[in-house]
Structures are given as C-alpha cells and as structure tokens.
Design a protein around this ligand. Sequence first.
Ligand code: LMR
Length: 393
Amino acid sequence: MFSAIDMAPRDPILGITEAFNADINQNKINLGVGVYYDDNGKVPLLSCVQKAEEILIATPAPRTYLPIEGLAAYDKAVQELVFGADSAVIQEKRAVTVQAIGGTGALKIGADFLKRFAPDAEVYISDPSWENHRALFESAGFKVNNYAYFDAATHGVNFAGMIADLKAMPRGSIVLLHACCHNPTGADLTSDQWTEVIGTISSGGLVPFLDMAYQGFGAGIAEDGEVVRRFAATGGPLLVSNSFSKSFSLYGERVGALSVVAASADEAARLMSQLKRVVRTNYSNPPVHGGKVVATVLTTPELRQLWEDELAGMRVRIKEMREAFVQKLAAKGHDFAFVRDQIGMFSYSGLNKGQVEQLRAESIYAVDTGRICVAALNSRNIDIVIDAIAKVL
Ligand code: LMR
C-alpha cells in the first residue's frame, strides 16, 4: 500500500534545522529557523516564565481537559493584548478567541474555518511570505496566489504593486498580511501605507487575516499591535493569529491563539460554535501548561512588567546585531545598510541560493531564499558569519 509513496521534500525552514542538527562541526551556526538566542547562543528561559511556573507548581492542579476553545483566562488575556483592553470589539462581545497550538495551529484553524464558510474564495499571500503560509492554506483546500510585496532593488516594499494587486482581487478574497516584522523580508509598511491598505481592503470587500507571530520584536508590544487595532476599528470581518513562541521564548510549548472579529455579539457566538467544531475535529482541545504560563504572566502585574522588560531586551539585542552586521560588512567593503532598516528577527539578506549553499559548506545555515535570522547572531559568532559572507560575496 505504501510502496508507491514518494519522498516529500524537506521543509524549507525546519529542514535546515534537521541538517544543522546532523552537522558534527562544533562551531556550526544556525541562522535558518526563527528562534531568538541570547548572546551566549542559548535559547533563553525567560524569568517571567520561570516565576509563573513557580506559582503554578506551588498550587498543583489536575490535568483535566481544557474546554475546546482553551483556558478562559488565557483567551481573555490574549484578546486584551491583541485588541487592547478598552477595545470596542471586546466590549461589544464581537471578538472570539480560541487557544491554538502555536501560531501555525491558529492559522490552520482559521484556514479550515474559512474553507467551510467561504469555500470558493481564493487566498492571497505576500510575495514572498513565510514558507508555510502557502502550504497551510493549500492543505486546507484553497487556491493560493501572491500579491506583490518585496522589491529586491530597494530592499523595501513594492507598495504601488501591492495596492494594485489588492485592488484587482475579487470581493470576498482572503488576504494574509503580516501584522509586524514581516517574515521573511523584515520590510514592514509605514503607518501611512497601512492606512491605504486598510482602506483598500475595506472598500474592496476583502477578508483580512493578520498573522502576528513577532509582536514586541519590532517597535514595541503596543506599537506592533497597532495594525490589528486599526483593522478591528473598521468593524470586521477580521481574523488574527498570534503566537507566543518567540515573545515568551516558549517555542516547544506551542502557545498561540486565533481571534475572529464578527459584526455582532450574536454572529460572534455562532462563529465560536463553528471554531470549536474545527478544533474538536483536529485535536479536540489544547494543551494546558503553556496557556497557563502565558495567562499567569499577562495577568500578574509584576510578571507582566518583567515580560515587557525581557522582551524589550531581546528587541534591543537584535537591533544591536543588525548594527554590528552592517558595520562589520561595511568595514570589508560591502554595503548592507538596508539590514539596519529591516525590522524583527529576519533579514532578507540578498544572498542567493548558491551563496547560501557555500555558507552551508562552512557550517553556517540560512534559508535558501537568503533569509537569515539576525536573532541568532551574537558577539561570539558574528565575526565568523561576517567573514564567511564576505568570502561568498
Ligand atoms: C520561522 O519562520 O523560522 C519560524 O516561524 C519557525 C517556523 O515554524 O517556520
């Protein structure tokens, strides 16, 4: 029965980690996957997470099933973080949130839900986008198209192309947008450009689906969430997937959420009942631990402050690495000033596939597209990376 099955291609991002793990070179460097490492090259265990876990251990609780939609305290805290505590969509009970298995799980719930209720719609993702976006929506049964986004010549956004593509989409099309810290390019829209995008999406009758996996890694928690609030203020429909993998350094706990904004409280209740069906038929209900940790941090004022400070520390260190990257390459005669202007964990470095392969031969791993994770650079490995890049340029 299985004899005719072909080998599937390696995942473009996690496949790099597989190759990295198999490399026996002690000095190997993984700039592939989007994971934040501290200056010692370690994935941090945040103090706010440790303190929340101490609180949870002090009050042992049985591991019964969570409700299908997840922990109530978590869903509420997520809504307040994503939309703002004073948001009209929360006060009017027009927003519904389900705990999800990471940001990917949230996207999958949203995709399956949309396929049930908008089966003929097509999905549009940015060109380029996170590698898994296309695969995820295709696996839910959608035709997935690109809209213009990145301009390789300027290392910025091809805004005229983007707006033209948005205007050409049929009403009811689903548009996947990165709320902040665009993955993979690191090129975000300006506030004025967002105003135009939001207006075009509203007037064109398009359905925005905002993916926010990097809140807090751009300008700040509130600043990065601003776009979600502006979309919510248009009244919906709106879907938002968010993840705490990076912002809480809780990658393996798979903590994310999907929020949907409806036109009325009644519509929201019906939406929630359908989202629960999607969850129930995929994995029944979410795991407990990560949701409890995040809810405890977000609702305990001292821990919340600690989290904000720790996240700010990660954000600042990434910016320092960007600056060092630019300066060190400049010292070798290469102009990478654009890396300074990019935002979030990633840089679309402009390195081509052949150059990335040459780097891999030196045990430095990046995505084939030239995306590098700036958050994996540190004061110990940056010179090795710079020397290797200078060599392949
Ligand atoms: C990435 O883009 O590297 C991260 O979002 C991790 C992943 O799942 O691909």
